[in-house]
Design a protein around this ligand. Structure first.
Ligand code: PSU
Ligand code: MN
Length: 299
């Protein structure tokens, strides 16, 4: 098995059998500009600690897969020039070539499962992109949710995606999509989308019980918990929809494709909203870290 580099903090929690929460790092390397990426990553870790669990930020540094980063390593990751965006397809190449980069939802799930961590918090998952009928752009995150047994807490699929198609693919793959505390599917910066979530749960204990029940049933794959961004930090879906259409058209015209699409759209929208999407992104990742910690404690 691959050698994992555990941070002292995460290793101590593991030795004590204390609850751990994995955190992703593409949001640090590709999702936010410096220094917001660093302050947000630190804040997410602090939320996990304040809720009684231990954070383990996952990343690859110099070809080594880290479970938990020390302060200097997190700082280095946040400033890396030209970091790789590591999804399922890239992880082994990065390890073999000594590269450094942030792990996507898919790659973070793989690392969490290897480390024996059941719960993982992120901002938003990837999904089926607008225009996918032509571009075939469907995130590897969806297939990972179907095969790797980790409960992922997000704020819903990113509003830059085709939400109904994303829900259809998740249904086909047998991934439970569970809205937390409401019926509507949250859409990342927007607390609610016009689409109903397939499932709803109102407590961390129930989510933990369902995580165990899936394992008891012998089912592979995880659960997707969609936790709405707090209302005061969110942006109404209708406001976002117009901006997103324009951003997606611009991306297509500029020839942006594959891995570059999501980072392009995120930075485009941040400019178009004068920083409101970035502020919402920070608030929602902290909110997800808190819920993930509660689920980890319940497990
Ligand atoms: N959420 C954010 N910022 C991000 C991402 C999620 O707030 O940068 C990342 C996640 O790591 C997710 C990835 O797995 O974007 C999806 O990329 P793609 O659509 O290329 O699969
Ligand atoms: Mn893609």
């Amino acid at each position: 098995m691959v050698h994992l580099i555990w941070s002292p903090e995460a290793a101590a929690a593991r030795a004590a059998g204390a609850p751990l929460v994995a955190l992703e790092s593409t949001i640090i390397t590709h999702g936010m500009p410096y220094p917001d990426n660093l302050t947000t990553a630190r804040a997410a870790e602090d939320e996990v600690r304040a809720a009684g669990a231990t954070p383990a930020t996952i990343a690859v540094l110099d070809g080594e897969l880290h479970v938990g980063l020390e302060a200097a390593q997190l700082d280095r990751l946040a400033r890396l020039p030209g970091p790789m965006k590591l999804s399922r397809a890239d992880l082994a190449v990065a390890l073999a070539t000594g590269a450094s980069g942030g792990t996507t939802v898919a790659a973070t799930m793989i690392a969490a499962a290897l480390a024996g961590i059941d719960v993982f918090a992120t901002g938003g998952i990837g999904g089926v992109h607008l225009g996918a009928a032509h571009s075939w752009d469907v995130s590897a995150d969806l297939h990972e949710l179907a095969q790797t047994r980790v409960t992922v807490v997000c704020a819903g699929p990113k509003a830059i995606l085709d939400l109904p198609k994303t829900l259809e693919v998740l249904e086909t793959l047998g991934v439970p999509v569970i809205a937390y505390g409401q019926d509507a599917l949250p859409a990342f910066w927007a607390p609610a989308s016009p689409f109903a979530a397939p499932l709803r749960m109102d407590g961390a204990g129930m989510i933990a019980a369902a995580h165990r029940a899936r394992a008891d049933l012998g089912l592979p794959g995880g659960q997707l918990i969609c936790n709405p961004v707090p209302a005061r930090d969110g942006i109404a879906y209708t406001k976002l929809a117009a901006l997103i259409g324009t951003a997606a058209d611009d991306a297509a015209k500029a020839g942006i494709a594959a891995k570059d699409v999501t980072p392009y759209l995120l930075s485009h929208l941040n400019t178009a909203t004068a920083g409101r999407t970035l502020a919402a992104n920070t608030a929602l990742i902290r909110n997800n870290a808190r819920l993930a910690a509660a689920i980890a404690c319940a497990l």
